[in-house]
Design a protein around this ligand. Structure first.
Ligand code: GCW
Length: 716
């Protein structure tokens, strides 16, 4: 070994304790020894052993996690105790915890909602202990994860007093995974589900997937793509689904399936799938029975119908409610739900696409069964970098509306761009529908509190795949994490979630937390700026949606072109959705309508979503619209260079593998941000016919260059 190698090795050993190379597989569940010696010492003094009470698969999962977490974090095998002792961490359902009724915790225990938990220092049988307790076993599991997170983030555990319960009942991932293991809009490898080897082979990562979800409170997963293959409902596949359900059950996760509405004809041998046909109804009832015999806690069905070529009840002259209710009736005896998607639009309908779902569903309010939810995307178009909230959130008071967010970054740079979505989710949840006066936020519609609904749900289109780090980009893990945390508690701020994630994933060092949090918090706005500033939308590449392509026109469907959305010409740009245009604003409550209609109050972030304006329109900065557009594109691209510099400055404070990984991704992002800027500015310039403000510099290629780029194998 030469001298350099020895020095290197020595350095590696010295720094090894804090900066282990990390491939990202462990997500935010790293149980490395607590890095601060002082905190570690305090924990070792406070925690002398652990105990779980009660016995069930879920409680065993909680027990395993507690044992594993304590051993990792405290750096020794923390003993399992069989008696109360000072320094015991005891976890279990409240009725099983000894001496609990002798404490003064009655009031606090009463505040624990379904699935919620309490973590607290207390005295049991005269001993100082930490209890993790809940009304039901899932709560205990969630509590254990949360307790370990306290240690992971170096919190004081001598004065913990935490009661937490989820605000939303169904907290689900939606996988757009196909049976051939491709993932629609998936950018992190292939599907996690190894259908071919199931049910006999249980891949170990199924457990880690379940742990990760449970650790952030996710309690359900829709395994397959909403563009559903009917084969998922055959016996052969249901047995595979059951094997996954068996793994996930111990982590409080229920399995759901996307179903194809025409399944009775596709695989059932019937000649129709008409929801009012008795044979069809009987077929679905029989299918539900078959599923529940295999999977007693099966969650239910998710349905995409009469949208983008999927079959649905309208093919038989029936309504979405007829379709949903037929499935709801089949699932009802077993306790299952139907999640019927409102992502419905049709290019043959000559109406602004942004208005179509509302027009379709609003009249059906009150017509759905009590075990049906309507699942609505956050905005009226399709997961754009920024959209106003979907008008349906204010429009169906009698129906439980599920939120559908996208975690996978279909329109936000795939898994290559660092875009923290906590801010996007929060922005939407905080918007006010005014459905019942001020304060009728989207969050309150979704959690059911506004409409007084028994059912509530929130879904995130998953960004996971077989990539070693699960999500392709290390920072995309933060979006999975943020989705779960907000599904549990939408009152949390995007910033506190980011900080928590950084501590769990990267470092507890303030010199890391502070700059990384800043970078994450700005990242989504940066991306909006270099992709679709000022309310622009849907101007990405054709089909795969990769990169900029504002020039897309003359396709078989208008509503899949870019020009349909930006409407730019020599005079101006933007989609007039006020009363003088498509009047999409007419679908919102008057306060909201007024706010976006008036140019004085409409935030410029939504300007071209709602308004069509001349290129010389004066924006708030004093620049013309054209100049402002150029400026935003430039600022967006510049900001990625700044993120890059901020990241580079962290070298040595983060493990090398993670550091280099993110560094490479950022270099791609810099290039792609400049590509977006150049292509869009040049294209819009060809219409505005105005000079690019000289201080911004000139793109080094011409428009044609960008228009000629092609990406035949871009993921889609
Ligand atoms: O816009 C689209 C996506 C499709 C997706 C669809 C949907 C699953 O590009 O890939 O299909 O949204 O949400 O149904």
């Amino acid at each position: 070994m030469n001298k350099h190698a020895v020095v290197f090795l020595l350095l590696a050993v010295i720094s090894g304790a804090t900066l282990l190379a990390d491939d990202g597989y462990r997500l935010w569940l790293k149980y490395d020894v607590v890095s601060s010696p002082k905190t570690l010492k305090a924990y070792r003094q406070s925690v002398k052993g652990w105990m779980t009470v009660g016995d069930s698969p879920v409680l065993r999962a909680a027990e395993q996690e507690l044992e594993r977490g304590l051993e990792g974090l405290l750096g020794f095998s923390v003993p399992r105790l069989s008696k109360l002792k000072k320094g015991l961490v005891i976890a279990g359902i409240s009725r099983d915890i000894p001496f609990l009724d002798e404490t003064d915790l009655e009031d606090r225990l009463g505040r624990i909602g379904p699935e919620g938990f309490l973590i607290r220092n207390t005295i049991l049988g005269g001993k100082d202990v930490i209890i993790i307790t809940a009304r039901e076993e899932r709560g205990v599991l969630y509590g254990v994860f949360r307790f370990l997170q306290l240690l992971q983030t170096h919190q004081n555990i001598d004065e913990v007093d935490m009661v937490s319960s989820p605000r939303v009942q169904l907290r689900l991932l939606n996988h757009w995974d196909n049976l051939d293991r491709t993932v629609e809009r998936g950018y992190a490898g292939f599907s996690l589900w190894d259908w071919h080897k199931l049910p006999a082979y249980i891949h170990p990562y199924y457990y880690d997937y379940a742990r990760a979800n449970a650790s952030i409170g996710i309690n359900g997963t829709v395994l397959n793509n909403v563009n559903a293959n009917p084969l998922i409902l055959t016996r052969q596949y249901l047995e595979k689904v059951a094997a996954l359900a068996d793994v996930f059950r111990s982590y409080g996760i229920r399995v759901y399936l996307s179903v194809r509405f025409s399944a009775p004809t596709d695989i059932g041998g019937l000649s129709t799938a008409d929801p009012l046909d008795e044979q069809v109804q009987a077929w679905w009832r029989g299918k539900a029975e078959e599923i529940y015999a295999l999977i007693p806690d099966f969650g239910g069905f998710l349905v995409k119908a009469n949208s983008e070529g999927q079959p649905g009840p309208q093919g038989f002259g029936r309504s979405h409610a007829d379709g949903a209710n037929m499935l709801a009736d089949a699932l009802k005896p077993f306790g299952g739900v139907v999640m019927w998607r409102a992502f419905v639009y049709d290019h043959n309908v000559k109406e602004d696409r942004a208005k179509q779902a509302y027009n379709e569903f609003k009249p059906l309010d009150g017509k759905f069964r009590d075990n049906a939810l309507v699942q609505v995307k956050n905005g009226p178009i399709d997961f754009q970098p920024r959209e106003p909230f979907h008008p349906l959130f204010g429009g169906m008071p009698q129906t439980p509306l599920m939120m559908e967010f996208q975690i996978t970054q279909e329109y936000l740079g795939f898994s290559t761009h660092l875009v923290y979505l906590g801010t996007l989710y929060k922005e939407v949840l905080a918007m006010d529908t005014y459905a019942r006066g001020e304060g009728s936020t989207v969050a309150r519609v979704v959690d059911g509190s506004l409409g007084g609904h028994a059912l509530s749900g929130i879904a995130g289109v998953a960004n996971t795949g077989t990539d070693r780090n699960w999500t392709g980009h290390l920072f995309a893990q933060a979006n999975w994490f943020a989705f779960g945390r907000l599904a549990w508690d939408h009152e949390l701020s995007a910033e506190e979630i980011a900080e928590k994630w950084i501590r769990l994933t990267l470092s507890n060092d303030p010199a890391v937390i502070q700059p990384v949090s800043k970078l994450m918090m700005a990242s989504r706005e940066n991306t909006v700026n270099y992709m679709t500033p000022l309310g622009l939308h849907h101007i990405m590449g054709w089909g795969h949606h990769y990169g900029p392509a504002p020039w897309i026109k003359d396709k078989h469907r208008d509503d899949w072109t870019s020009v349909y959305y930006h409407r730019a010409d020599n005079n101006g740009i933007g989609f007039d959705r006020t009363a003088t245009g498509s009047d999409a604003l007419g679908q919102y409550y008057p306060e909201v309508r007024q706010y976006f209609t008036s140019l004085a109050s409409c935030p410029e972030e939504y300007l071209l979503w709602f308004h069509r304006l001349d290129w010389d329109y004066r924006t708030k900065s004093g620049r013309t619209l054209w100049e402002e557009l150029c400026h935003r594109y430039h600022a967006g691209a510049e900001s990625v260079r700044e993120m890059q510099a901020e990241w580079d400055a962290l070298e040595g404070r983060i493990d090398q593998e993670s550091f280099q990984h993110v560094r490479s991704m950022l270099s791609i992002q810099v290039g792609e941000a400049e590509w977006w800027r150049n292509a869009c500015v040049l294209y819009f310039q060809s219409l505005s016919q105005r000079p690019i403000p000289p201080e911004l510099g000139k793109p080094d290629k011409d428009l044609q260059y960008y228009q000629n780029l092609s990406f035949p194998f871009a993921p889609k």
